[in-house]
Design a protein around this ligand. Structure first.
Ligand code: B12
Ligand code: SF4
Ligand code: SF4
Length: 364
């Protein structure tokens, strides 16, 4: 305890500099690729967020609009907050089949690469909590809260300010040495730590992601209309998927990675060493008909501890039905769809009917 007290003296900014360095080192030891520190001023991002909400681009994600200014003002969410410690963790798994090949072979399901392993919320939160405990051992009790995509937090804007990268035109955070296949998490704190320099934008004149997005969801550089995004349509939307988007969804049954797969900054990205993020139950390259055949019990069993579980069995079937409507016709596909034509859920039945009509040639 004596050593801790000597090391940390509230009155000395030198000691906060030392502590900030240690936090970054501990972060690496805990499996984060990078840690950065920023203040709480998000003025420009707040304006962009408000405009985005005003335009209705969040669709039915009410959790985006119901928190007032809490999302863009950390001190309103956790009073006393003056700094944000932002952390990133790589997730791209070792694949059995390359993502690009999967998207070409559409009888195999494409599940976005962040979701084929264990739910990142649990993994990241536990590590951030351990980081907080390490800090506490030095400073004694201090004010903090841990977040991973769990509360109204403007994670990408904070990470950009903390020097972890820049928000690309596709609206994901990109790091110039690591690409964009990483999650973000934060510690809000009242410790007066020194802040890092913000990340600089390196998109330049590139606009590949805008041109290649299957649904043209990136409506302008840095502006995503979530209502058009396959990630929103397959993960966040609970009701019927608008018919105009169904053919464009292809074989993507949970999320979408296209804008990141085509981004030049991801050519040098590393795969993750975390065993938790490696594919489970062959979910990185499973046959659509096999997944469509799962009973609800099987769905619950095979998605245990995975983020996929949160969409529920009905939306799982809805998504696979759409994908089966998009694959080349075969008896196997048609029979699989027919097996669900009397499913108790109206939502499932409606998507199955749509898919069957695609195979019988009507309504194209
Ligand atoms: C809502 C949400 C979604 C929504 C909307 C996405 C979005 N762009 O907002 C949907 C469901 C579509 C989605 C999809 C995905 N998501 Co998401 N999502 C979030 C969430 C919960 C909030 C994001 C948010 O605040 N949006 C608000 C809008 C206004 O922000 P924005 O579009 O980024 O706009 C910013 C800038 O572009 C700029 N801006 C906006 N308009 C304008 C206009 C001009 C003129 C200019 C100059 C700038 C500008 O300012 C804004 C504020 O900083 C965060 C977690 C969190 N709490 O932050 C995860 C998060 C962003 N998602 C994440 C991931 C991994 C994904 C997917 C890759 C998952 C997948 N494979 O399917 C996709 C990627 C889709 C994409 N191209 O963005 C990660 C991103 C990690 C990273 N490296 O960036 C996060 C951070 C979760 C996490 N903890 O790791 N997501
Ligand atoms: S995740 Fe897919 S649909 Fe959404 S913006 Fe990126 S490429 Fe477009
Ligand atoms: S594809 Fe090009 S424009 Fe899009 S985020 Fe990557 S570098 Fe930026």
């Amino acid at each position: 305890m004596d050593t801790a007290q000597n090391y940390f003296d509230q009155s000395s900014s030198n000691n906060h500099t030392h502590l900030a360095q240690d936090i970054k080192q501990w972060g690496k030891e805990l499996g984060f690729q990078q840690i950065g520190i920023t203040n709480i001023h998000l003025d420009k991002d707040e304006t962009h967020l408000m405009n985005w909400l005003k335009a209705g681009r969040h669709g039915k994600m009410e959790y985006m609009s119901c928190h007032g200014t809490k999302r863009s003002r950390p001190q309103d969410l956790v009073p006393g907050t003056i700094r944000v410690i932002s952390a990133r963790m790589d997730y791209f798994p070792q694949e059995s089949v390359k993502a690009e090949q999967l998207l070409e072979n559409n009888t195999i399901a494409y599940i976005s690469r962040y979701a084929v392993g264990r739910d990142y919320h649990k993994v990241m939160r536990a590590r951030l909590q351990r980081l907080a405990t390490k800090i506490e051992a030095i400073t004694g009790s201090f004010g903090y809260r841990v977040f991973v995509d769990s509360a109204p937090v403007l994670e990408k804007a904070l990470a950009q300010k903390a020097g972890l990268g820049w928000i690309g035109k596709h609206t994901n955070l990109i790091n110039h040495t690591a690409g964009s296949w990483f999650f973000l998490g934060e510690l809000y704190t009242n410790l007066p730590l020194p802040v890092d320099s913000p990340g600089e934008n390196h998109c330049g004149t590139c606009q590949t992601c805008i041109d290649l997005c299957p649904t043209q969801a990136i409506v302008a550089p840095y502006q995503l209309d979530a209502r058009r995004c396959i990630s929103y349509l397959t993960i966040e939307l609970r009701g019927s998927i608008p018919v105009e988007f169904r053919p464009l969804i292809g074989n993507r049954i949970y999320g979408c990675d296209d804008c990141q797969l085509v981004c030049p900054w991801n050519h040098f990205a590393q795969t993750t060493g975390e065993t938790d993020f490696q594919p489970r139950h062959g979910l990185d390259a499973a046959e659509l008909v096999e997944l469509f055949d799962w009973s609800e019990d099987e769905f619950l069993k095979y998605t245990e501890g995975s983020a996929i579980r949160r969409i529920g069995y009905v939306c799982w079937l809805r998504n696979i039905a759409v994908a089966l409507g998009n694959v080349p016709s075969s008896n196997e596909i048609i029979n699989a769809l027919k097996s669900r034509i009397n499913h108790p859920s109206e939502l499932v039945r409606e998507h199955v009917q749509w898919a069957l009509l695609r195979h019988t040639g009507a309504h194209h």
